[in-house]
Design a protein around this ligand. Sequence first.
Ligand code: PA5
Length: 453
Amino acid sequence: MDSIKMNIQYVYNWLPEEDILKQGANAIACNRALYDGSREGSDFLGWVRLPSSITDDQFKEIESTAESLRSACDVVVVVGIGGSYLGARAVIDALNNSFDRLQTKRDHPLIVYAGNNLSEDYLYELIKYLENTSFGIINISKSGTTTEPAVAFRLLKDLLEDKVGKSEARNRIVAITDAKKGALRTLASMEKYKTFVIPDDVGGRYSVLTPVGLLPIAVAGFDIRKLVQGAATMEKNTGPNIAFEYNLSAIYAVIRNELYKKGKKIEILVNYHPKLHYFSEWWKQLFGESEGKENKGIFPAAVDFTTDLHSMGQWIQEGERTIFETVISIKEPNYRVEIPYDSQNLDGLNYLAGKRVDEVNKMAELGTRIAHVEGGVPNILIEIPKLDEESMGKLIYFFEKACGISGYILGVNPFNQPGVEAYKRNMFALLEKPGYEDETKAIKQKLSTLYKG
Ligand code: PA5
């Protein structure tokens, strides 16, 4: 099968090829550091060799747990936030029928999500919906202490136990967490839930190819072996001994860093298929959390075209020239729809009669690329052959590897996220969590002086 292709000619106006090649040695050194652990974050490199190291027994355990949930449940709630949910959602949405939710009959449980926000209305409406369904829960938290999923799980566990009894609820709850630490590990051991371990050396946003992503994806009915096979192909194609010219992740990492140095501070990930919306959300977390630190880092943004051409398109065409685009293009859609001929032609569309909708989409894509490049927006084009498990696996690993290399080029630790603690400290202080007494006092003082009203 074709692999991922990358077309970088639309950055040459800003970044000549020779300037990219000059950075090759540094990028390859950064790639090697992901293998020899010689730089910061070396405790979190378990994802690098992950695709090629998943064993048949590991696949079988995930597949058989998925099968039990599939046979017991019409709906499975994936509880998790950030890296503990976005990867699964990215793949499931990309591969699923767009109207899965509306189908009355399906051969797999409907996957819904919880624990990724603190909205009372969301939880109320979810609970009301689940009251009339046969549901199960996959509860995912690496730390096992994150507030959003913990709140959701407490509510959903109560609901499930009330509905089916404690013993049947146990058969329908799976916990994915740290091997030893955290409240979720303790709770899962006490309640005797089926569990999977998130390896210590794989951080949340790099965990989609562990049970964190693989179990929900398997429950949704997709082939996790093909997904991992795709990732393993990219693992091989971006290995430590691959020359810069052939290592797509390294080239992409160099280009984005060089554009950043030239003032292109915002990268917009573009798709032309709404199914990729959550892939962009996963990508935003991957790059945003990995690189946005020490007062530097590209701001990762995303748009769904052609939808957003009618809103954000104006800004992209003519706003501040601090952006570049990375477009994910799908060569061949999975289905065919032709635009029909109409004898009256009142809408004036007969010039398109007989053409596939995708041909129109592709011309919109090409026309947009030309317009944006001429408007001052460098453009990196990434093409996948089609939306299937293998391509998704390739894309995931391509970006993970690029992110590791890119973070090292930027000079940050791409595997920590110290900044996400700040809001939590304030929230716990405001909620008067035990252990936060000093912070509570301090924040109340701050509120009464600085943030009055
Ligand atoms: O990438 C990360 O590490 C984070 O986004 C986490 O995945 C997220 O905060 C959820 O954490 P946890 O899995 O510990 O509940």
